[in-house]
Design a protein around this ligand. Structure first.
Ligand code: G
Ligand code: G
Ligand code: MN
Ligand code: NA
Length: 252
């Protein structure tokens, strides 16, 4: 069985689920949102991460179905949470191929309707493993944003076209890739790059989410440079939605 056909079978058998990693406001430690991260539990019990299967799904066209499933799972997981917590954001990852499809907008609208949520509850993260057709994606992104959904450029600095994205699209968030967060305080050349990414994002009036924050020193550095948001093991790992909701409600 090739991975591509295993993916299709996994979809039929409902082997996919989501883990949610809190997005934290650095200044207060408050959980202001969560990123939905796709997981695949195969019938033999093996857990496979998206780094392995998303590229295959993108190459074989299964990504459209996977994304559809992700949006259904989010709607099912969050239930009426967003209606009760209107300031909370759910971030979902879309692939380039999704952005080029009109059906994506329909699915996002359905997700919001199912969850009784408003567009401002949703952040769309554009990943850049696959090169985006800018001419096609531009009106889609503009339409999402004019509808009130916010858009983030994910894994900034690692993909094909980070800088051209910033030139071509109006965006709301820039997510600093974990590789750059890791370099903070290491005196490596990459450490300097973090500084410049932050300055550039601020010049462009983008809000910043730093990924992979593991240490207090990294959090201090980011906060000191005006980075508002972070994800990472320093704060919380990705977890099942029920666990996140319980922890969120306990935190008050
Ligand atoms: O959670 P983990 O570190 O394994 O995720 C690895 C990568 O897979 C991340 O960069 C993330 O953006 C991507 N990813 C996770 N979930 C999804 C998803 O639902 N759709 C897409 N397209 N990418 C995802
Ligand atoms: O889509 P994105 O690239 O944001 O996915 C984030 C991935 O990074 C997830 O798979 C998550 O499990 C992983 N991750 C999240 N926080 C940390 C962290 O602090 N350290 C490390 N090493 N990995 C993390
Ligand atoms: Mn992401
Ligand atoms: Na990322």
């Amino acid at each position: 069985l090739s991975l591509a056909s295993a993916l299709r079978q996994g979809l039929r058998r409902n082997e996919f689920f989501l883990a949610y990693q809190p997005i934290v406001e650095l200044a207060t430690g408050r959980w202001v949102g969560a990123e939905a991260l796709l997981r695949w539990r195969r019938s033999n019990g093996e857990l496979i991460g998206p780094d392995l299967f998303i590229p295959v799904a993108e190459r074989t066209g299964t990504i459209t179905k996977l994304t559809e499933r992700v949006l259904e799972l989010v709607a099912r997981d969050v239930g009426d949470f967003l209606a009760r917590n209107p300031a909370f954001h759910i971030a979902v990852n879309l692939s380039a191929a999704d952005l080029n499809l009109p059906v994506t907008r329909t699915l996002l609208d359905k997700l919001l309707a199912d969850a009784g949520a408003t567009p401002s509850n949703l952040i769309v993260e554009m990943t850049e493993r696959a090169l985006l057709d800018i001419a096609t994606a531009k009106p889609v992104i503009a339409s999402l944003r004019s509808g009130g959904i916010e858009v983030a450029v994910d894994d900034f600095g690692t993909g094909y076209s980070s800088l051209s994205y910033l030139e071509s699209f109006e965006l709301d968030f820039l997510k600093i890739d974990r590789a750059f967060t890791e370099a903070i305080g290491t005196r490596s050349p990459t450490d300097q790059v973090v500084h410049h990414i932050i300055a550039m994002a601020q010049t462009m009036k983008l809000r910043i989410i730093a990924e992979g924050v593991e240490t207090e020193a990294q959090a201090e550095y980011l906060l000191g440079r005006g980075v508002q948001f972070a994800q990472g093991w320093r704060f919380a790992r990705a977890m099942p939605w029920s666990e996140l909701r319980a922890a969120f409600e306990q935190r008050g």
